[in-house]
Every structure is written in C-alpha cells, then in structure tokens.
Design a protein around this ligand. Sequence first.
Ligand code: HEC
Ligand code: HEC
Ligand code: HEC
Ligand code: HEC
Ligand code: HEC
Ligand code: HEC
Ligand code: HEC
Ligand code: HEC
Ligand code: HEC
Ligand code: HEC
Ligand code: HEC
Length: 430
Amino acid sequence: MGERSIVRLTSTASTSNRVPQSVPPGLLQNSRTRSVVSARLRPAALALGITLLAFGRVHAQTDCLACHGDKSMQDASGHSVAVDGATFKASIHGSLQCSDCHADIKEYPHPEHMAPVQCSKCHTDQSTQVSESVHTRASSHPCTSCHGDPHTIFPKSDARSTVYPLNVPETCGSCHGNANMARQHGLPNVYPSYMDSIHGFALSKGGLLVAANCQSCHGSHHILSRKNPQSPTYKSNIPKTCGSCHAKIDMDFENGIHGKALAAGKSNAPVCTDCHTAHAIQQPTQSEFRMQSTPICGSCHKDKFTGYRDTFHSQLGLLGGYVETARCWDCHGAHDVLPASDPNSPIAPANLVQTCGRCHAGANASFVQYQPHADSRNRKMNPALYYVRLFMNTLLISVLTFFVIHTILWLFRSRYEQIRSRSAKGGKDA
Ligand code: HEC
Ligand code: HEC
Ligand code: HEC
Ligand code: HEC
Ligand code: HEC
Ligand code: HEC
Ligand code: HEC
Ligand code: HEC
Ligand code: HEC
Ligand code: HEC
Ligand code: HEC
C-alpha cells in the first residue's frame, strides 16, 4: 500500500508540469455557469466559486485527468477508475471541477476511499424528493441509478440523457423489467407490458415525445406507492393524471355518473385504469379491446351483463367474435355515462331512436321497444322471453333425458345379447 502511495506521488510530480499555471477555468467566464448564477443555483454557484478560488489550480480537471484520463487505469481491485475527459467536458457538469463533487479531495495523494458524492449539495429539491419516495433504498446511489454514469450526465432535453423522454422507459426498465427484482418486491413486471401498450408503441416506434412515459404518470423524484393518497397513481387521482394529456376525456368522465360517484367518495366507481389498465393500454377501436370490454363493464354491473348476454347483440358478439355488434358503450357512451333518468343520456327514452339509429337506419319508436337487457329469468318484466326460455330449457332437458335412458337400455340389451350368444356357443362346445 505504501508502495502505491509512492508511485502516486511520483506520478503527481511528473504530471504537475502539465497542470495549467494560468487562470483556473473561472466560474464567471463561463456562459453556462453564468446563466446558472442568474437562475436557480445562486447560493450553490457562489459556494462553487469560493471552492474554486481556494483549490482551483490544484484541483483543475486536467489535474485529475492527468491520471484518470488514462483509459486503462484501474484501482487495486481491478475496477476501472478511468474518466473520459472529453465526454465529461461536454456533459452538463463539464464546467465544474472534479472536487466540487469529490469534495473529500483536498490534496495529493488523495485518500484511497472517499465518502460517496453528495448530489444534494447542489440539487436540494430533487434530493429531498427522492428521500421521501419509494426509491430511497432502491440502490446504493439513488441518483445515478436513474441518471447513469455520473460523468456523462446530460440535460433532460438532450437525447443522450438517460431521462430524455424516449429513454425513460428503458432507464426505469433496467430494474422494473427484471422479473427477479419484481418478484422479490412483490411488484408486477411492468416494463414488457408497457412497451407493448399504445403509449410504449407510440414512444418506441413512433418516437412521439408527448406519449406517456413512466415519468408522465409517476413523476420522477417523488415517486410514491399507489396506496399513498398523494400519489398521482392513487385511485382517485388517476383521472387527473391521465387527464393532463387526455383533457377532454377527463372532462367527459367527470361529468358522467362514474366521475360523480368517484367525487362523492364511492370507491367502487371505475377510473381510467379499471377499463383501460395502466401499463397494457390498447387502442380501444381494436377488436381485442372491444371483445374484452363488455365483461369489464359487466364485472361491476353483473345483473345488466347477464341480461345483455341473453340478447341478440351479445350472442352475435360471442359467435365468431363479431366485432361490429353493439357493446355496452355503443349505447351508453364510454366516459360520459349517464343514467336513463338524465335527459342528456343516450338511453333516456327521448334519445333512444337516435342512439339505436346510429346502427339501425330505420329505427323508430316501436323498434326501440326492444329490451337490450332482456332478463329471460324475469317473468314479470319479460313474459315472452321467460316462456321461450322455459320452453327451450324443457325441450333440452326432455331430449337429453330421453337419450340418456335410451343409451342405458341399449347398453343393457347389447350386454344381454353378448352373454346369451356366448352361453349358446359354450353349450355346443361341451
Ligand atoms: C497521481 C495520480 C492521481 C491523481 C492526480 C488523481 N488520482 Fe484519483 N485515483 C488514483 C488512483 C491510483 C486511484 C485508485 C485507488 C485505489 O486503488 O484504491 C484513484 C481513485 C480515485 C477515486 C475512486 C476512489 C474510491 O473510493 O474507489 C476517485 C473518486 C478519484 N480517484 C478522484 C480523483 C479526483 C477528483 C482527482 C483530482 C482532484 C484525482 N482523483 C486525482 C490516482 C490519482
Ligand atoms: C457531478 C458530480 C461529479 C463530478 C463533477 C465528477 N464526479 Fe467522479 N464520480 C461522481 C460519482 C457520483 C461517482 C460514483 C461514486 C461515488 O458516489 O462517490 C464518481 C466516481 C468517480 C471515480 C471512481 C470510478 C468508479 O467507477 O468507481 C473516479 C475515478 C472519478 N469519479 C473521477 C472523477 C474525475 C477525474 C472528475 C473530473 C474530471 C470527476 N470524477 C468529476 C460524481 C462526480
Ligand atoms: C427514479 C429515477 C430517478 C432518480 C432516482 C433520480 N432522478 Fe433525477 N430525473 C429523473 C427523470 C425521469 C427526470 C426528468 C424529469 C422530466 O423530464 O421532467 C429527472 C430530472 C432531473 C433533474 C433536472 C431538473 C428536474 O427536476 O427535472 C435534476 C437536476 C435531477 N434529476 C437530479 C437528480 C438528483 C440529484 C437525484 C438524486 C437525489 C435524482 N435526480 C434521482 C429520474 C430520476
Ligand atoms: C457542485 C454542484 C453540483 C453537484 C454536486 C451536482 N450537480 Fe448536477 N448540476 C449542477 C449545475 C450547476 C447544473 C446545471 C443546471 C442547469 O443548467 O439548470 C447541473 C445539472 C444537472 C442535471 C441536468 C438538469 C437538467 O436541466 O436536465 C442533472 C440531471 C444533474 N445535474 C444531476 C446531478 C447528479 C445526479 C449529481 C450527483 C452525482 C449532481 N448533479 C451533482 C451542479 C451540481
Ligand atoms: C435501481 C433500480 C430501480 C430503478 C432504476 C427504478 N426503480 Fe422503481 N423501484 C425499485 C425498487 C427496488 C422498488 C421497491 C421499493 C420498495 O418496495 O422498498 C421500486 C418501487 C417503485 C414503485 C412503487 C411500487 C409500489 O407501489 O410500491 C414505482 C411506482 C416505481 N418504482 C416506479 C419507477 C419509475 C417510474 C422509475 C423510472 C423513472 C423507476 N421506478 C426506476 C427499483 C428501481
Ligand atoms: C399511463 C400512465 C402510466 C404509465 C405510462 C406508467 N405507469 Fe406505472 N402505474 C400507473 C398507475 C395508474 C399505477 C397504479 C396501479 C394500477 O392502477 O394498475 C401504476 C403502477 C406501477 C407500479 C406499481 C404496481 C403496483 O401494483 O404496486 C410500478 C412498479 C410501475 N407502475 C412502474 C412503471 C414503469 C417502470 C413504467 C414505465 C416503463 C410505468 N409504470 C409507466 C400508471 C402508469
Ligand atoms: C404524457 C401524455 C399522456 C398521458 C399522461 C396519458 N396519455 Fe394516453 N396517449 C397519449 C398520446 C400522445 C396518445 C396517442 C398515441 C398514438 O396515437 O400513437 C395516447 C393514446 C392513448 C389511448 C389510445 C387511444 C388514442 O386516442 O389513441 C388510450 C386508450 C390512452 N392513451 C389512455 C390513457 C390512460 C388511461 C392514461 C392514464 C392512465 C393515459 N392515457 C395517460 C398521451 C398520454
Ligand atoms: C367505464 C370504463 C371506462 C373508463 C372509466 C374510462 N374509459 Fe376510456 N374508453 C372506454 C371505452 C369503452 C372506450 C372506447 C370508446 C369507443 O370505441 O367509442 C374508451 C376510449 C378511450 C380513448 C380513445 C378515444 C375515444 O374517445 O374513443 C381514450 C384516449 C380514453 N378512453 C382515455 C380514458 C381516460 C383518460 C380515462 C379517465 C379519465 C378513461 N378513458 C376512462 C372505457 C372507459
Ligand atoms: C369498477 C366498477 C364499474 C365499472 C367497471 C363500470 N361501472 Fe358503471 N357504475 C358503477 C358505479 C359505482 C355507478 C354509480 C352508482 C351510483 O351512483 O349509485 C355506476 C353507474 C352506471 C350507470 C348509471 C345507472 C345506475 O345504475 O346508476 C350506467 C348506465 C353505467 N354505470 C354503465 C356502465 C358502462 C357502460 C360501463 C363500461 C363502459 C360501466 N358502467 C363500468 C361502477 C362501475
Ligand atoms: C343496445 C343498446 C345497449 C347495450 C348494448 C347495453 N345497454 Fe345498458 N341499457 C340500454 C338501455 C336502452 C337502458 C335503459 C332501459 C333498461 O333499463 O333496459 C339500459 C340500462 C342500463 C343500466 C341501468 C341504467 C339506469 O339508469 O337504470 C345499466 C347499469 C346498464 N344498462 C349497463 C349496461 C352494461 C354493463 C352493458 C354491457 C354489458 C350494457 N348496458 C349494454 C341500452 C344498452
Ligand atoms: C354499434 C351498433 C349498434 C347499436 C348502437 C345498436 N345495435 Fe342493434 N344490432 C346491431 C347489429 C350489428 C345487429 C345484427 C345485424 C342486424 O340485424 O342488423 C343488431 C341487431 C339488433 C336486433 C335484432 C335484429 C334486427 O335487426 O331486428 C335488434 C332487435 C336490435 N339490434 C335492437 C337494437 C336497439 C333497440 C338498439 C338501441 C337501444 C340497438 N339495437 C343499438 C348493432 C347495433
């Protein structure tokens, strides 16, 4: 160990003539840092200036890079301690001195092990938010787990940044696409489903910056569990979260019975994700969605679903997956669902001709007498259907009973014939 210190001292000596003797890369001469001074980071930048004046010359980047700029440089355990000076220079922190972050280093040779870099020194807000979030203990260095290599951090608007909108899913997916990690923490493995969803597709295939990435719905630093009422993914906050982009739909939803029930605190009311899911959202006009969604409405409105299932519309949908038939929302609307008693509802008696008329060109007052929720078990409400059902069921049961008895008798008879013919043969042989 002593030996290495000596090596280091000599190498410092030999590199010291490469250290620029002129003015340190001054804080206020740099346009990027100047804009910082005028903006948010005034106290931080001031502290930085003082640090630089005190240590600048000795701790200039070139000083450290004289050793660490060597690509093959490794520590005692064989781990690379090389830093690419050119990339670092181009990064958002390129105007900082190495020791602004590696604050332990006051002189050469520097200690072998140093305290971890505190990003909180300059980024107080983000640090506080992360420390209150689900990710406090998610990794050894919470900031670099998302921002990647600490020497190649770029602004979030730069396509090279790990948190550039198009790169966020992969960044979060480095953990949330890991099935083992998900199992260990009892979480769903969301990355693969997200990538197959309409948002993931729009982002990865279309390169659409405004498509929802993980950050749009969860935030970046203050990510909370969906069970936390402050979380944007807490049930009653979800319409607003999706509505930050889908504004018109959110308005419709809030004017509808489901939105009103939610606002009144009814926890059994549906929100966006009950019908669309959160990470596997599909294009609703696609047949997969149309085929699945009737049961989604039906999972809460069980009685209406049972009634619908007996009707022509549903039978048509079940037989061969006929997509064009009327699903729940073709008659009720999807987001601005209203009870029949509301005159604005598409199922209010006065609006039925129009509602059914969208698909049935000749619909009139007598056509709309048809019961879309015919409950064939209800004799008082639907006598005709009730008796048809009774008749069909009786017929079915009688036919089945007849054939069961017929088959049993036939079996008996064939067994009897077999025994008889065998004993007749046996008598002859003897
Ligand atoms: C004389 C060459 C030399 C100079 C100059 C030098 N370092 Fe190092 N540095 C090393 C060596 C060698 C190691 C590996 C230490 C080990 O094996 O434990 C190292 C390790 C490190 C580590 C990793 C420590 C750890 O905990 O693993 C950091 C961080 C570091 N240096 C930062 C700096 C900074 C910042 C500067 C400039 C202020 C600097 N170094 C200047 C030689 C140098
Ligand atoms: C924005 C802050 C920041 C700046 C500026 C910075 N570093 Fe680092 N550096 C880090 C962080 C974070 C780590 C990860 C280890 C830790 O937390 O201490 C690190 C790790 C290192 C390591 C250890 C490499 C490893 O993989 O373990 C070396 C060597 C190093 N830095 C050298 C430098 C040099 C040389 C400069 C200047 C050219 C520099 N750093 C500038 C934040 C910074
Ligand atoms: C869970 C991932 C994650 C972690 C952990 C994380 N960040 Fe971020 N960070 C992001 C994302 C995503 C953005 C981009 C936000 C946006 O596009 O609005 C971002 C943006 C930023 C920005 C730009 C300003 C802003 O707030 O949008 C700074 C500065 C920043 N992070 C610093 C930090 C620091 C410091 C830490 C550690 C305390 C940290 N981040 C931890 C994901 C993370
Ligand atoms: C010595 C102060 C200092 C330290 C320590 C520091 N930063 Fe920065 N950071 C800055 C300055 C200055 C900027 C440029 C601010 C700007 O342009 O808005 C910046 C910008 C950033 C940005 C880009 C913000 C954007 O607009 O997208 C990220 C991300 C970031 N820092 C993350 C980190 C992380 C992670 C660490 C710890 C490894 C860290 N910073 C440590 C001073 C610092
Ligand atoms: C370094 C790995 C890592 C990265 C990167 C990461 N996470 Fe996490 N995340 C975790 C771990 C581990 C947990 C579980 C924490 C716990 O339960 O203590 C978690 C928890 C969560 C939870 C809370 C789940 C719940 O309900 O309890 C959400 C939401 C989440 N992460 C979203 C994200 C998003 C969005 C990103 C990217 C911006 C991201 N994570 C990046 C490791 C990571
Ligand atoms: C369109 C909005 C949206 C997007 C995009 C999104 N999420 Fe979510 N996420 C949610 C909602 C809402 C929940 C709450 C649970 C639910 O409703 O299924 C959630 C839950 C989670 C959970 C916790 C699951 C649980 O049951 O506790 C994790 C982890 C998570 N998301 C990570 C991610 C990651 C990683 C990405 C990006 C790959 C991402 N999410 C993209 C909205 C979104
Ligand atoms: C950051 C903005 C944003 C957020 C937040 C967002 N979306 Fe989207 N969403 C989009 C964009 C952009 C598209 C269009 C993608 C395309 O057409 O390729 C889209 C498409 C959709 C579609 C497909 C139908 C269509 O119009 O193309 C559905 C369904 C959908 N989003 C539901 C949701 C739900 C549910 C949430 C909340 C859990 C949500 N979105 C949150 C931006 C967002
Ligand atoms: C009760 C179930 C349900 C709820 C709750 C719900 N949706 Fe929908 N959504 C649907 C159905 C069904 C369709 C298909 C409508 C169609 O094809 O005419 C749809 C269609 C969409 C579309 C495609 C554009 C359109 O209007 O056809 C988007 C985007 C969308 N929903 C977003 C949302 C958002 C955001 C929320 C929350 C504010 C939400 N949905 C709440 C069932 C629901
Ligand atoms: C998560 C459960 C849930 C889902 C899914 C759901 N609903 Fe509802 N629905 C409710 C609740 C709760 C009410 C409000 C009852 C109240 O306010 O008393 C309601 C009210 C209604 C009403 C008004 C009639 C009444 O009984 O008050 C209609 C019509 C309706 N829903 C149709 C639909 C349609 C169509 C879908 C699918 C697109 C759907 N619902 C999906 C729970 C659900
Ligand atoms: C062909 C059009 C049509 C379809 C398809 C349809 N409904 Fe209806 N629904 C109506 C009409 C008309 C009424 C009012 C008369 C009645 O109660 O039968 C109604 C009534 C209702 C009511 C009670 C409303 C109130 O104010 O009392 C609910 C809840 C409901 N439907 C849910 C559903 C669900 C869930 C589905 C899908 C499984 C569905 N509907 C499919 C036309 C339809
Ligand atoms: C989304 C389109 C759509 C809507 C809305 C719709 N239907 Fe239908 N309906 C169909 C299709 C498709 C068929 C099967 C083909 C056919 O017979 O036209 C059908 C068949 C029927 C049939 C049996 C066959 C016939 O034409 O006599 C009746 C009765 C019926 N619908 C009544 C209604 C009533 C009443 C409403 C309004 C409450 C309604 N439908 C709304 C698409 C729709």
